[in-house]
Design a protein around this ligand. Structure first.
Ligand code: GAR
Length: 220
């Protein structure tokens, strides 16, 4: 069966891009990365694409509308069916977001709608939450909003700083994003208003505690 053609937009390191490239090496994975675009020519992530022989190009227009027009044309030329933002740190023109409505996804390192925007890990630490995590969602024009596809929860440790928390969340991102793209590729996502239904999804049960419940029962 033909695999879903995915275009990935990056701005930097590209570890989530790599996490999307890796499973696509298996022919049974239902999606493949066919184009990588970076708004920064020096983005490290472009090298991941180059190494794997994936078409890649910088589009460095400072004007939002010009970037949107060029990126849109390149994606369509490559026959892209789903656009995945992977550490893409620029606000997209509304025309682009609307043109790819329900075929444009993003990963963000917090449990949205908490902590949108910049430095979500710093925001989580400042808020004193016991859990944070990451979210893959369909993109709507407002920053870090849109129907949620999947989330992973990550505990915040008492001695965390921004770097340690970001690394723990990033490890979860690398598992979550390929899973979400697979669900899309398999046609298992239905958007109803702001809610995404996942076909064949088993119920997730149980509660996580932080601090652990045992802390309260141990000492009395
Ligand atoms: C990731 O943590 C991603 O979730 C975040 O930037 C990092 C990029 O890392 N994206 C956002 O904050 C978007 N709002 P990567 O370049 O190694 O994938």
């Amino acid at each position: 069966m033909a695999r879903l053609r995915v275009g990935v937009l990056i701005s930097g390191r590209g570890s989530n891009l790599q996490a999307l490239i890796d499973p696509a090496a298996a022919p049974a994975y239902p999606a493949e990365i066919v184009l990588v675009i970076s708004n920064r020519p020096e983005a490290q992530g472009l090298a991941h694409a180059a190494r794997t022989g994936i078409a890649h190009r910088p589009i460095a227009h400072s004007e939002r509308a010009l970037f949107a027009t060029e990126a849109n044309a390149a994606l369509r030329q490559s026959g892209v069916e789903l656009v995945a933002l992977a550490g893409f740190m620029r606000i997209l023109d509304t025309s682009f977001v609307e043109a790819w409505r329900d075929r444009l996804v993003n990963i963000h390192p917090s449990l949205l709608p908490a902590f949108p925007g910049l430095h979500p890990q710093r925001q989580a630490l400042a808020a004193g939450v016991r859990f944070s995590g990451c979210t893959v969602h369909f993109v709507r024009p407002e920053v870090d909003t849109g129907p949620i596809i999947a989330q992973a929860v990550v505990p915040v440790h008492p001695d965390d700083d921004e770097k340690r928390l970001a690394a723990r969340i990033l490890a979860a991102e690398h598992r979550l994003y390929p899973m979400a793209v697979r669900l899309f590729a398999e046609g298992r996502l239905r958007i109803r208003g702001n809610v995404v239904e996942v076909g064949g999804m088993p119920t997730v049960d149980g509660a996580l505690f932080n601090p652990p419940e045992a802390l309260a029962s141990a000492g009395g």
